[in-house]
Design a protein around this ligand. Structure first.
Ligand code: BGC
Length: 364
């Protein structure tokens, strides 16, 4: 392995203690793996985060000297399965997969297993298959908790400065993405007591996960549902907060709110959460349209995942931080989970700009 000389060095240093503790190191004799190829399957280019994820994975793996095949599936699970089949047939030595639809990969992952190709679930866990070896992600429950904590703190429900009742509407991510359930559960763990006490009111009455999901996290679908809820339920009432699990959906939700007349002094926008700290949403936070986002440092995720790949290719056990949480229906998948961070106007500079995650020049 070549020495790391890039910005990744700083992150590597931060993670190195825990990683070095259990892996047996990076520098074992690698003759049989030096020319290994890693297949990287990413879901879509419609969101900046996945473009960064793909680029980061390629550059991290290059630093180990590995070749990569990076494919985006245009949010089509059929395309992703074909891409994975091609990677297996083409002799990939490891697969790193961020699923489009986490529930339909069983067949192709069985082919990987039969071909002796280890599989790492990247951020999204392949479900109902024994043929996934490791999982790298963030503490997904905490993502939802952070979004909901932001809402109840800003409404003054935690320190008692605001009594309510406040009106809130809830959104969830794609039903076929295991993460969506974790985000929603984490949020409801925080919100439920305030809903039970009547301080938070979901005026539409829509509180069941299955009625709140948004296929493929599509911002246009979120916009449509927000518009529908506003016209059916809020003609005489004011909406105070929206739980949105993802920045791309928050943009759609804010569009619907503005089209309904929100965003003026007389009718201010409600609190709107988000996730991924994508540049347009951080700009919307600066512009006081979106309130919050959850930052997940995808540079660290790539670092951890590349380290996992390297360990697997050397026949070592990768560093794992969690062996209990991620039951995919067939097995508990050993995971390395990173910490998410809540970001708003007060800390975006320190957290996102000073860390180099977003360039100051990309923000107005
Ligand atoms: C990821 C989120 C992302 C969402 C939509 C989830 O699986 O964990 O970071 O916002 O997909 O792309």
């Amino acid at each position: 392995m070549r020495a790391r000389t890039t910005a990744a060095a700083a992150i590597a240093a931060a993670l190195s203690l825990s990683l070095a503790a259990c892996s047996g190191g990076d520098s074992e004799g690698a003759s049989s793996t030096d020319d290994a190829t890693v297949g990287i399957a990413m879901p879509t280019k419609t969101s900046q985060r996945w473009i960064n994820d793909g680029d980061n994975m390629v550059s991290e793996l290059r630093q180990y000297g590995y070749s990569t095949t990076l494919k985006y599936a245009n949010n089509s699970s059929k395309t992703q399965i074909e891409q994975l089949e091609n990677m297996i047939q083409g002799g990939a030595d490891v697969l790193v997969i961020a699923a489009v639809d986490s529930t339909v990969l069983g067949g192709v992952l069985k082919k990987a297993e039969d071909a002796g190709v280890p599989v790492i679930g990247y951020d999204r866990l392949p479900m109902n298959t024994p043929d996934v070896d490791y999982y790298s992600s963030f503490d997904n429950l905490k993502v939802g908790q952070l979004q909901a904590m932001y809402i109840v703190e800003q409404l003054g429900l935690v320190n008692g400065s605001g009594k309510g009742p406040f009106n809130i509407e809830l959104f969830a991510g794609s039903a076929d993405d295991n993460n969506a359930k974790y985000f929603f559960k984490g949020a409801m763990d925080v919100l439920q007591e305030y809903i039970d006490s009547g301080q938070l009111v979901v005026k539409s009455g829509e509180t069941d996960f299955k009625n709140l999901t948004t296929l493929r996290w599509d911002g246009r679908l979120a916009q449509k549902r927000m518009a529908k809820v506003l016209s059916s339920t809020y003609s005489d009432a004011k909406l105070d907060a929206v739980l949105s699990p993802y920045d791309g959906m928050s943009i759609g939700i804010i569009n619907a709110l503005k089209a309904d007349g929100y965003g003026t002094d007389a009718k201010p926008l409600p609190l709107v959460t988000g996730q991924d700290a994508e540049t347009p949403s951080v700009q919307a936070i600066i512009d006081r349209e979106q309130s919050e986002t959850v930052y997940k440092d995808t540079r660290k995720l790539a670092l951890v995942t590349a380290h996992m790949v390297n360990s697997v290719l050397h026949g070592n056990s990768p560093v794992i931080s969690d062996t209990k949480t991620y039951d995919n229906g067939k097995k508990i998948v050993p995971a390395y989970l990173l910490e998410p961070v809540s970001v708003d106007r007060t800390n975006y500079k320190q957290v996102l700009v000073n860390s180099g995650y977003i360039k100051a020049s990309d923000l107005k």
